[in-house]
Design a binder for this molecule. Structure first.
Ligand code: GSH
Length: 324
């Protein structure tokens, strides 16, 4: 685990000394947008037009943020148009690596490099900051379009529709405000909440994160009692963003990040919804519990110094979801 400082790799764990033991997430550095015609998106510069074969996605199957982008790539029929390289699940002193000695770890399909940081350095030789997945690479301009998953899934949702003919819209205008409200609470207390609890280095910081996390899960359980999906009767971006955290919850966050007031399987509505999401066409193939468990338990040696991967729990994602 480390980061780039003016283009030089420094091996250091998250600094929580200056924040009272609280984990504070860095903001993403590359924020351009692919658009249908190459016009600028909400942030960054223009010149990134949707084209088949031009862009490449670097992911970790372990990472919930990268997982969102894999789901949208599948749901939007982008597999033939946007290639993927998957890193090795171990994130150690060199950061994410392209080793291939783990099933599903593909190596760097574009340049054959050893470390993900080399992709960042290709885009900006003096870049500073964390080297995170996902990364969306532009093969034509030889740079990173974006390393922010929230933006990448919005691009995938709409920018390539003329190429794919797939017009499924997971962020329709009439639900946009509702989706933004759901995302805001779920990002802060659930998606990032598990990390704030897990990476806390003081009791106070842990307590501050874990309470709101379970308050939100209780609230979602209520919501899903009267609604098929988070924003109503249609699946939206809000569901997919929640799903990738829920998919890791019982197998990792419950034990490794000490998010253990309850498991997901203890919430009947949430657990049924989660199975439905998992069983959605194309989604199960994006969920790799082998990468998920190996990554967290093996990489975070400040939390789990002996790197022992526990035996459970391993819920049955294939059981009928009963949400019909
Ligand atoms: N804001 C980013 C966050 C991505 C992120 O933090 N990814 C983690 C993996 S789950 C990572 O690569 N961490 C490496 C590090 O922090 O050094 C996004 O959503 O795309």
């Amino acid at each position: 685990m480390g980061q780039l400082v003016n283009g030089v790799w420094k091996d250091e764990w998250y600094d929580t000394d200056t924040s009272g033991g609280e984990f504070v997430r860095d903001s993403a550095k590359f924020r351009n947008w692919i658009t249908a015609d190459g016009s600028p998106g909400p942030t960054g510069e223009g010149g990134f037009a949707a084209e088949s074969g031009r862009y490449h996605l670097y992911v970790s199957y372990a990472c919930p943020w990268a997982h969102r982008t894999l789901i949208f790539r599948a749901l939007k029929g982008l597999e033939p148009h946007v290639g993927v390289s998957a890193v090795h699940p171990d994130m150690l002193s060199e950061g994410w690596e392209f080793r291939t000695d783990f099933p599903g770890a593909t190596g760097d399909g574009l340049f054959g490099t050893q470390y993900l940081r080399e992709i960042y350095l290709r885009a900006k030789p003096d870049v500073s900051g964390r080297v995170t997945v996902p990364v969306l690479w532009d093969g034509q301009r030889g740079t990173i379009v974006s390393n922010e998953s929230a933006d990448i899934i919005r691009m995938f949702n709409g920018a390539f529709d003329q190429i794919t003919g797939n017009e499924a819209d997971f962020c329709p205008p009439d639900l946009r405000d509702r989706i933004e409200d759901l995302n805001a609470r779920i990002y802060d207390t659930v998606n990032n909440g598990v990390y704030k609890a897990g990476f806390a280095t003081s009791q106070a910081a842990y307590d501050k994160a874990v309470g709101p996390l379970f308050d939100s899960l209780d609230w979602i359980e209520e919501l899903l009692a009267g609604s098929r999906y988070l924003a109503g009767d249609r699946v939206t971006e809000a569901d997919w963003r929640l799903f990738t955290t829920v998919a890791r919850f019982d197998s990792v966050y419950h034990t490794h990040f000490k998010c253990n007031r309850r498991r997901i399987v203890d919430y009947p509505n949430l657990w049924g919804w989660a199975r439905e999401m998992h069983q959605w066409p194309g989604v199960a193939e994006t969920v790799r519990q082998d990468h998920i468990t190996r990554h967290y338990y093996y990489s975070h040696d400040t939390i789990n110094p002996h790197r022992i991967v526990p035996i459970g729990p391993r819920p049955d994602w294939t059981a009928p979801h009963g949400r019909g």
